[in-house]
Design a protein around this ligand. Structure first.
Ligand SMILES: *Cc1c(COP(=O)(O)O)cnc(C)c1O
Ligand code: SF4
Length: 431
């Protein structure tokens, strides 16, 4: 990490200006000539960068730029911030709206995929545009907040949808909006009785830690429970400033989590990831997810084999504190949601015992109880009557509980034939 005073471009800047997040946003690096004043670029690199922003604009906060190695094009911080011509390559697997956020959207900017939680976008702006961004189809298009009418339509949907108990504010970066707009959103959401938790998904602690001001923290405190997920990818991103930002939030009672993206040449390594997870828990930020890199346009060069993520979890689980181990997930294309994948620990089973393996490769048995194994409700428990809506009737859980007989996929030839038969039958019955 370099001191900003040592970089001629920012020689005249006062520490007060530097620590002002609005100054940081106003002075983002958005063109190659300015970038060349901060890191060393060959003429070829300059041309490449200028030509590589077709799908996602370039913007790098001065703060994040000081974390970049000025001489090493393979620097993991630099790779996340500086465009490369690889982004112009569209692979045969690449998609636009990769995870079906639009197909699951009752309103523009609101995605309702899971039973009890929604994703609400406040802006398409980010302080820094990550080169691996999977929401690049919308992110940075206007570089502005959405207008209140649009956000309000999302909040109105939440109000009339009582099963939503968790609202995830995202973007872009939801902390790029003003304190006033953020507070207005939180205040409106808090008026809705069935909203239990509000979550923020913001990369500002990593790329713009100046955004976490005492004023912001004071606002968040008023609307608890607020949870917060940020996005560190590499231990090099952990600086005194980012640490302070995370700790200010935790001290304000905001539980912090981290979502990393597995990126080739950045963090596709068990040692890098273990070091990152240790740094995170040291600042009281819980590693939450590691994502398999998405199939958004132009990201093929960042994608690793799925096996790499499984290997990383194998190196963590058992080897380090349980709370330092994130879950490796694939956000399934077309809206399947996040699906956990990891090493398998259950090796075999009989009706007498299950056979497990641990992280050392030791194989162990665990006895199954003899006799009746079914669970019985305590006579005085009324939980399932009082909280009927908490019982999952959908999905595999619904089949498991016996509420549903089976789950049969739509759109197969068999399903189509069945529809025809049903129509025939109803005709016979009717006449
Ligand atoms: C990721 C995501 C959520 C939150 O998922 P969790 O697994 O609860 O963190 C909610 N809605 C959408 C559309 C998402 O992509
Ligand atoms: S902060 Fe998130 S939404 Fe913004 S560019 Fe980075 S990955 Fe995309």
């Amino acid at each position: 990490m370099r001191k900003f005073k040592d970089i001629p471009l920012w020689k005249g800047i006062s520490p007060k200006q530097w620590s002002d997040w609005k100054w940081q946003v106003r002075n983002r690096i958005t063109d190659v000539d300015t970038l060349a004043k901060v890191i060393n670029l060959t003429d070829d690199e300059r041309t490449e960068i200028a030509n590589s922003t077709k799908y996602l604009r370039m913007a790098i906060t001065p703060y994040f730029a000081t974390l970049m190695d000025p001489d090493d094009p393979e620097c993991p911080v630099r790779r996340q911030a500086v465009p490369s011509s690889n982004e112009l390559h569209i692979s045969k697997d690449d998609m636009e709206d990769t995870v079906g956020e639009t197909t699951d959207a009752p309103h523009e900017g609101l995605t309702h995929r899971y039973p009890d939680r929604v994703l609400l976008l406040l802006t398409d702006q980010c302080s820094m545009y990550c080169r691996h961004c999977c929401r690049r189809r919308i992110v940075g298009t206007t570089d502005h907040s959405r207008n209140w009418e649009e956000i309000k339509a999302g909040i109105d949907y939440v109000r009339r949808t009582p099963q939503v108990r968790d609202v995830l504010l995202s973007g872009g970066d939801p902390l790029l909006v003003s304190d006033a707009l953020l507070e207005k959103t939180l205040r409106e959401l808090r008026k809705i009785g069935h909203v239990e938790v509000i979550r923020l998904g913001s990369r500002t602690p990593v790329v713009l830690p100046q955004r976490i001001t005492p004023g912001l923290v004071k606002i968040l405190r008023k609307y608890h429970p607020i949870w917060f997920n940020t996005h560190f990818n590499h231990p090099k991103e952990v600086s005194p400033a980012s640490k302070r930002a995370v700790e200010m939030l935790v001290d304000a009672g905001v539980p912090m989590g981290n979502q990393s993206v597995l990126l080739k040449g950045v963090n596709d390594c068990p040692v890098v990831m273990k070091k990152l997870c240790h740094e995170l828990v040291s600042m009281r930020c819980r590693p939450y997810y590691i994502y398999q890199c998405d199939i958004a346009k132009g990201l093929e060069h960042f994608r690793t084999a799925t096996a790499k993520g499984i290997e990383i979890i194998e190196h963590l689980r058992g080897h380090t504190s349980g709370f330092a181990v994130p879950e490796f997930v694939i956000d399934a294309p077309t809206g399947g949601g996040k699906i956990p994948v990891g090493p398998s620990y259950l090796i075999s089973m009989s009706d007498k015992r299950v056979i497990l393996r641990n992280y050392e490769g030791g194989i162990f048995q665990f006895p199954e109880v003899a006799g009746d194994r079914t669970s019985k409700c305590p006579a005085n428990c009324r939980m399932c009557k009082d909280y009927e809506h908490l019982e999952s009737e959908e999905g595999v859980a619904g089949v498991l509980s016996g509420k549903k007989m089976c789950l049969i996929p739509e759109g197969t030839a068999r399903a189509e034939r069945r529809k025809v038969y049903a129509k025939k039958r109803s005709k016979c019955d009717g006449s």
